[in-house]
Ligand binder design. Structure first.
Ligand SMILES: *[C@@H]1O[C@H](CO)[C@@H](O)[C@H](O)[C@H]1NC(C)=O
Ligand SMILES: *[C@@H]1O[C@H](CO)[C@@H](O)[C@H](O)[C@H]1NC(C)=O
Ligand SMILES: *[C@@H]1O[C@H](CO)[C@@H](O)[C@H](O)[C@H]1NC(C)=O
Ligand SMILES: *[C@@H]1O[C@H](CO)[C@@H](O)[C@H](O)[C@H]1NC(C)=O
Length: 414
């Protein structure tokens, strides 16, 4: 039935204790459960399938898989791998599946999986991952399955995940994710299974992909158009931001609301749509009129409540939105620090509190008193341009003045 074995490549090397099979004509090197402490150096470089599961390998070195361009399937599950040298998988240009589950990895860097553009399955569950560099998955554009479950991740490389258009399974469950950016799943048209169970999510980003299959089934048979979404075990905030999710038709399940307080503990699917409410912002405290001398720092305060928590912006007297700069600092708690005030800052600042339910505003009046400019007789008085509110310009003026004083003090001639 099988064509006669081609003997173009004869198996000559097989690491001690391992089993090497020529599977017509592919070569498999099988080293599961051999008590290995490191990757054996003498693996046949023509190996197509390499199994090293259930050993005691602690690190992957650059040379371990060098030149193994034919490798398609690599299993390193259930070892004690804590470090992977940069570019250790660089030569594996045909690798389709990489199993690294149940190891001791704590971080993935940009150069761990760079160039692995043919990888379809990346299995990293049950490690101790706390950090994945933002660019670590940039080359993994062919990925169909990504398993990051049972780690300690507070974030994931969302932008790279967004571009994995072939992804059908994404397991992010049992991590510490508290936020998933909107749009993360929009391009994942082939996604069949998304598991975000047991994280710290208060909400999920609304996405048309969740509507695609109509009925969401969490278990049982997967129809051709069904989509399995699991999100139980999260501290869901059942307000207007989750109404879209409540509106999906779905088999009843056991997700519960954690907040707001009056809904805490209720089953998500038994809370009526009318109860998914937000509260528009209300400004509870803010600075009254403030006075300062030119050059001093001033702090403007504004506090608001609402559901969800409002975001606070400040608008300057000239109508511009305040943002962090060398001159001002906008803090997330609603405080605006003007580090060095100028006369031009005088006027009404507006504190704007907003959330999906609405907006609220208050003004804070600021009066900056101009300083008298004392003249030193060596330098003729130069009024600083009152129109300049730019700290850089002011410092430059001061510097120029200093330099001018220095110049004028220097003895003339010899
Ligand atoms: C990989 O190939 C290069 C060039 O042929 C050779 O110098 C090197 O020793 C090889 N490394 C291994 C681990 O086989
Ligand atoms: C990783 O790559 C991204 C770009 O893809 C870059 O922004 C980031 O700084 C890199 N991180 C490190 C630690 O090199
Ligand atoms: C401005 O800087 C402060 C302090 O570094 C930071 O807490 C805040 O988030 C920044 N604000 C914005 C809008 O980036
Ligand atoms: C004027 O000069 C004196 C001494 O030369 C110096 O101490 C003082 O700071 C100067 N004042 C101004 C406003 O530059």
């Amino acid at each position: 039935q099988y064509p006669p074995l081609k003997r173009a490549h004869k198996v000559q090397i097989c690491p001690k204790r391992c089993v090497c099979q020529v599977l017509n004509p592919n070569l498999a090197t099988l080293c599961d459960k051999k008590g290995l402490l490191f990757v054996p150096p003498n693996i046949d470089r023509h190996t197509v399938e390499m199994r090293l599961g259930d050993n005691f390998v602690t690190s992957i070195k650059r040379k371990d898989f060098a030149n193994m361009t034919k490798l398609v399937d690599l299993t390193l599950s259930r070892n004690t791998i804590g470090t992977i040298a940069p570019h250790a998988f660089k030569d594996l240009e045909n690798l389709r599946a990489l199993h690294l589950d149940s190891n001791r990895l704590t971080r993935i860097t940009n150069d761990t999986f760079s160039g692995m553009s043919k990888l379809h399955h990346l299995i990293l569950n049950n490690n101790q991952l706390t950090h994945i560099h933002i660019g670590a998955f940039n080359d993994l554009t062919a990925l169909e399955e990504l398993d990051l479950s049972y780690n300690n991740l507070e974030s994931a490389p969302w932008v790279a995940i967004q571009r994995m258009s072939n992804l059908h399974t994404l397991n992010l469950d049992h991590n510490m994710l508290s936020y998933i950016p909107e749009g993360t799943f929009s391009g994942l048209q082939k996604l069949k299974r998304l598991d975000v169970t047991s994280n710290k999510l208060q909400k999920l980003p609304p996405d048309p992909i969740f509507q695609r299959a109509g009925v969401l089934a969490t278990s049982g048979i997967m129809g051709p158009s069904s989509f399995a979404l699991s999100f139980g075990g999260n501290p869901l905030r059942c307000n207007c931001e989750l109404l879209w999710l409540r509106r999906l038709r779905r088999e009843d399940d056991l997700e519960t609301c954690a907040s707001p307080q009056h809904l805490a503990g209720r089953y998500f699917w038994t809370v009526s749509e009318e109860e998914f409410l937000c509260e528009p912002p209300l400004i509870t405290r803010h600075s009254q009129e403030l006075q300062a001398l030119e050059g001093q720092s001033v702090t403007l305060r504004c506090k608001a409540r609402g559901d969800p928590d409002p975001i606070i912006h400040w608008i300057a007297p000239d109508g511009r939105l305040m943002s962090n700069s060398s001159r001002a600092m906008v803090h997330t708690d609603g405080t605006l620090d003007i580090l060095i005030s100028t006369v031009k800052d005088s006027g009404s600042f507006t504190c704007v509190a907003s959330n999906p339910a609405g907006e609220a505003q208050q003004t804070v009046d600021l009066v900056i008193t101009k300083l008298p400019h004392i003249t030193n007789n060596t330098v003729s008085e130069q009024e600083p341009d009152p129109g300049s509110s730019d700290i850089a310009t002011i410092m430059l003026n001061q510097e120029n003045q200093n330099r001018m004083s220095v110049l004028s003090c220097r003895p003339m001639g010899r």
